[in-house]
Unconditional design. Sequence first.
Length: 185
Amino acid sequence: MSIENLAQYFSTIEDPRCSGKVEHRLIDVLVIAVHAVIACAESWDDIVLYGLSKLAWLRTFLELRNGIPSHDTFRCVFMLIDPDAFEAGFATWVGALTAGFEREVVAIDGKTIRRLFDHGRDQSPLHVVSAWAKLVKVPLAQRVEYQRRGVSRAWCWASAVSTASRTRSPPCPSCWTSSRCTTAS
């Protein structure tokens, strides 16, 4: 598996845009964005710049009949697509990349982003749990929770990602929890 085969893992994502106004295929938008982010793009403009600089190479495996989408197109597509479907496709692709490795150390990290809460609205701070494959140096996944109870579910999810990385049998892609998870509701 290589980075050029990424499109096949996103083929099941439903395109939520109005079909009459679409100038760029959903697959093209998603694949360019993932490639750009892997290459350290940090904004929609960076993604467009990456696409323009790699246009000849991208055309070897993408259609790109109208060139590189604008930054607004990238932003709108990512606002509209189902994030769970995107995550499942990305995780499956990463799993295919790491299939040739015997063992993998998965670093699991949790952080609470301080001062991102509002006592007046009874809003708790933001909690982020990440899973990182150390050998191949790629993020496996990340979960964001706004409630403390959600963090325990996220830890069970991260444990399931770690187990799936070692056994090459992914947990349920719809919820990313293992059968041992007792906190998921």
